[in-house]
Design a protein around this ligand. Structure first.
Ligand code: G6P
Length: 489
């Protein structure tokens, strides 16, 4: 494979789909759905993936990995601090998650964000073949669509936003609110997780830029006095449901699930939470509800154990360090108050686990607790459902996740309402088997019928339609400004 040739299909994301965090210095595929979803498409089209290799200050030449062409973008130690930890994860992340943690606004961080987005746009522009399709991902790269369009007006550009897009009253705090909207509007199709996110974006565009929007079509004035249409629409992301189903049917995974329950002392009920250790996930709210249930003797440590996997994340950002301290203090207190020699209230694991082990944990869990305060989608909820090949188990799911729009047969909760959360946990623990089966059947159907392949297909279908419209009218997708009716909604 010629790793320097240009590609007809290019994916751009902050991280490459591989990392080098293992002991042997070799590249390994990152876990996660995006890689699984896009890899077949990249392999079959000879496509390329542009992204950061995950470590500061390493310059890596383009290379091939399992039939994918990877084009690394280097970040210096300063870039990591200002662009990644700073603007991406201490400004945009908390702002877009409804200011659960206060966002910090620093002009130096913004300058780094512009600089790094320019670098990604240049890398994408140089790897894309004439008239290529380029798919940009997530909040770290919101300026890339516009920058890339300036460099390469011939390419069709998609952007998918994996996290929430907040209501205008919150978004408006951002000192660079206009530039970010203009950056995103460089794309032909701008995808969001929920209908509400796409609506918030369209409203922000109307309020800030005064562009006309109607049913997800945004009329964007072009530099030459014309107008082009950008589409803002919901495409809820999903998982490779069949892969989870297949793993969950393996005898060795089922044996591991039994072993997990045994090693927990065979409690009547295993509760399970698994999250990146992030303040958006509502881990503290979950622990508070659980601790109160134990204290009030509505639950007994002889009967129930909570397994909480908290995978390490963004550990150099102060809000994440503080969160870890708070969670670990709370876990220690609850265990100190309620553990017996033979039983533990919370088995807390600050690790990430391979997919096989996750599926065994899902199978071992009678009740799955997803209590995020705000979450773009929450794929853990879908993974749990896809893994329950026995048709049993109860999903307790926060209303503030994108997944709640689809997984309506879960026990839906408002995690801020601790009493409501406590009641929901007890309801889930006591749920009769027949009702578990009825709910799980509907949940499983939803996840099976709308998997991650379906997600990428529908996004790319809309992107292809843009290309075809361009090709058929023989223009670059723009039209004359004159004669446009007022479609402002
Ligand atoms: C979320 C974001 C992703 C990000 C991931 C892990 O899912 O939407 O863009 O890659 O978290 O975070 P990290 O900062 O480690 O990339």
């Amino acid at each position: 494979m010629d790793t320097t040739a240009q590609a007809d299909f290019v994916v751009v994301s902050n991280r490459l789909p591989v990392d080098r965090s293992g002991d042997d210095d070799g590249w390994r595929r990152s876990p996660g759905g995006l890689v699984a979803a896009l890899e077949p498409m990249i392999q079959s089209t000879g496509g390329a993936w542009v992204g950061w290799p995950g470590q500061p200050d390493i310059e890596v030449e383009p290379f091939e990995f399992d039939g994918m062409r990877l084009a690394p973008v280097a970040l210096s130690t300063d870039d990591v601090e200002l662009f990644y930890e700073g603007f991406s994860n201490d400004t945009i992340w908390p702002l877009y998650h409804d200011v659960i943690s206060p966002p910090a606004y620093h002009r130096e961080w913004w300058d780094a964000y512009v600089r790094v987005n320019e670098r990604f746009a240049r890398a994408a522009a140089s790897v894309a073949a004439p008239d290529a399709t380029v798919w940009v991902h997530d909040y770290q790269l919101q300026l890339v669509p516009r920058l890339l369009r300036e460099l390469r007006p011939d390419v069709v550009i998609g952007y998918f936003h994996h996290i929430p897009f907040p209501a205008y009253g919150i978004y408006a705090q951002l000192p660079w609110r206009t530039q970010v909207l203009e950056g995103l509007l460089g794309a032909d199709v701008i995808g969001f997780q929920r209908v509400a996110d796409a609506g918030n974006f369209a409203r922000a565009v109307r309020r800030r830029l005064g562009f006309e929007t109607k049913a997800g079509s945004i009329r964007v004035p072009t530099a030459d006095g014309g107008v082009r249409t950008a589409i803002a629409k919901a495409y809820p992301i999903s998982i490779d449901a069949a892969a989870y189903d297949e793993l969950a049917r393996r005898p060795e995974v089922q044996a591991r699930a039994r072993e997990i329950r045994e090693s927990l002392g065979d409690p009547k009920t295993v509760l399970f939470g698994v999250d990146r250790l992030d303040y958006t996930k509502g881990i503290g709210h979950r622990l508070k509800a659980y601790g109160e249930l134990l204290r009030e003797h509505r639950l007994d440590v002889e009967d129930v154990t909570l397994v909480q996997v908290a995978s390490p994340s963004r550990e150099r950002v102060a809000a994440y360090m503080q969160l870890r301290d708070e969670i670990e203090l709370t876990v220690g207190r609850i265990n100190g108050d309620h553990d017996t020699v033979g039983h533990t209230a919370i088995r807390y694991l600050h690790h990430a686990y391979p997919r096989e082990e996750m599926v065994a944990l899902y199978l071992a869990a009678d009740v799955m607790l997803v209590t995020a305060l705000r979450d773009g989608m929450n794929l853990v909820a879908k993974e749990y459902v896809a893994s329950r090949v026995d048709g049993l188990g109860v999903l307790v799911l926060s209303e503030f996740t994108g997944a709640a729009d689809e997984l309506t047969q879960a026990v839906l909760v408002n995690p801020h309402d601790i009493d409501g959360l406590k009641d929901a946990i007890v309801t889930a623990i006591d749920m009769p088997v027949a009702e578990q089966r009825r709910r799980m059947r509907a949940l499983r159907r939803r996840v099976r019928d709308h998997d991650v392949a379906d997600w990428s297909r529908s996004f790319l279908h809309d992107l292809t339609a843009v290309r075809e419209a361009r090709d058929s009218d023989g223009t670059d997708g723009t039209e004359d400004a004159e004669g446009t009716e007022d479609t402002r909604a």
